[in-house]
Design a protein around this ligand. Structure first.
Ligand code: ZN
Ligand code: ZN
Length: 448
């Protein structure tokens, strides 16, 4: 299963003042590309070497088609033998601190019975493809525990993943979404995915089919790249950063003008999801690049509510602001606009706000199918468990949280897997640290 990597709940209560990103550095990657192993040109070793030596990127993925596609009657799906070879080449060429090569596959279909294309990196084997089975694909990705991304999410050519319909059960399958794929902008799909409930991060890639891995210039004169914030340039650190959505999507022009854009909310970075008491959060947006910035934007729940105009043109800008959060879910992401028109987007930070009066709540309430049980984390908690009772006091279901500082998912079913009846339910939430057990009570309602 996928592991979400988070800092401990302790951070919530030790809100430091604006020291930033000592632990992370932005590495630049192109996470979507092909060679003749599917429908592109040349071979993986040439492609990786080009990306490293000519394009000068830190991270290059080759994501060969594994979707049974054909062109002029010839299948261009990667074979299992080629895939194992690709993995071997990627591991051989990866040099810690210098270059990370990722072996990937692009699955799914964009035909009338398809759901779209999804890139999966570093899975041990190929998906036994069934191009109309989106849920089967999500479920396979979860089993692999590998990062995955929605590619070119375009509703006009049936590449929109059932209109990005949200399945809580599969939320952790998907990590990123392409805001840019070669020359096409998919910012609307990014906002829609977040609005639907997906916890996905920002990515921009080149989808190379020619010999320009890492420095393909699109029809607007820009090179799309994904900034990946990791502590070291190693394969495990890069994969962890992708699964934690600690990314920035950007368009780069000229090639030297790569953008650093980092968002932090109460010292939690883009991609993170945490719970905190309602109140004021401290937001910091830092941008730096080779050329000047014109504006920074802070999006709240997908809406650009706050703008920072850079009065004195500068290639390095820091913007600090405070926002009030109440009960419920809020997500923030940042966007930067350079004077020459180039843009960059961060992944979102998600926050579930709780209050002292309502220490245990569900989002949404009332519950239809899925809900998150949200609570105030106990500092240094090691475990959390929710026990749900009906009005008569009968036990309905006990759910152990996968991590002590994260919401607990409930699918509205009892211990035997039957949908519960409409009505009010009580939740007894128990958190344990080494020194303390805290019990909090809440209630919710199911109404279908
Ligand atoms: Zn594709
Ligand atoms: Zn592709």
């Amino acid at each position: 299963m996928k592991m979400m990597i988070q800092t401990t709940a302790l951070c919530l209560f030790l809100l430091g003042a604006g020291k930033i990103n000592a632990e992370y550095k932005c590495f630049y990657g192109n996470l979507h590309a092909h060679t003749s192993y599917s429908d592109g040109e040349s071979t993986p070793d040439t492609a990786f070497a080009y990306a490293r030596d000519v394009a000068g990127v830190d991270i290059q993925a080759l994501t060969e088609h594994n979707n049974g596609g054909s062109f002029s009657g010839v299948s261009y799906s990667i074979t299992p033998e080629h895939y194992q070879n690709l993995r071997l080449i990627a591991d051989t060429i990866t040099a810690p601190g210098r270059f990370v090569a990722l072996a990937g596959q692009e699955v799914g279909s964009i035909g009338s019975s398809g759901f779209g294309h999804i890139n999966v990196w570093e899975a041990p084997g190929l998906w036994p493809y069934n191009n109309s089975d989106l849920l089967g694909c999500y479920s396979w990705i979860l089993d692999q525990g590998c990062p995955a991304m929605y590619c070119h999410p375009d509703s006009s050519w049936n590449s929109n993943f059932n209109d990005l319909y949200y399945y809580q059960d599969y939320d952790r399958a998907m990590d990123l979404i392409e805001i840019i794929n070669s020359s096409t902008l998919y910012e609307d799909a990014y906002l829609r995915a977040l609005e639907r409930g997906w916890h996905v991060g920002a990515s921009a890639n080149q989808d190379n089919h020619r010999r320009d891995w890492g420095n393909r210039v699109n029809s607007y004169g820009n090179i799309p790249l994904t900034g990946i914030w990791a502590d070291t340039l190693t394969k495990p650190a890069v994969l962890e950063a992708l699964q934690s959505r600690r990314t920035t999507a950007m368009e780069v022009s000229p090639a030297s003008d790569r953008i650093n854009l980092l968002l932090s909310v109460d010292d939690r970075y883009q991609g993170e999801h945490f719970i905190r008491q309602e109140g004021t959060v401290k937001i910091m947006i830092q941008a730096s690049a080779g050329s000047d910035f014109a504006s920074l934007y802070l999006y709240t729940n997908g809406i650009p509510e706050d703008t920072f105009k850079v009065v004195q043109a500068s290639p390095m800008v820091t913007w600090e602001l405070e926002k009030n959060i109440g009960l419920g879910t809020v997500y923030y992401h940042a966007k930067a606009l350079q004077s020459d028109g180039d843009r960059a987007w961060t992944s979102p930070v998600h926050i579930d706000g709780v209050s002292e009066k309502n220490p245990v709540v569900t989002w949404p309430t009332p519950i239809k199918n899925y809900a998150r049980i949200v609570f105030t984390p106990l500092p240094a908690a090691v475990s959390v468990k929710a026990v749900i009772y009906d009005l008569s006091g009968k036990l309905v279901k006990e759910i152990i949280g996968s991590q002590p500082d994260q919401p607990i998912g409930w699918n509205g079913k009892d211990a035997k897997g039957r949908q519960v009846l409409n009505g009010v339910y009580f939740i007894r939430l128990e958190q344990k640290s080494a020194t303390e057990t805290r019990v909090s009570l809440g209630k919710t309602m199911v109404s279908r």
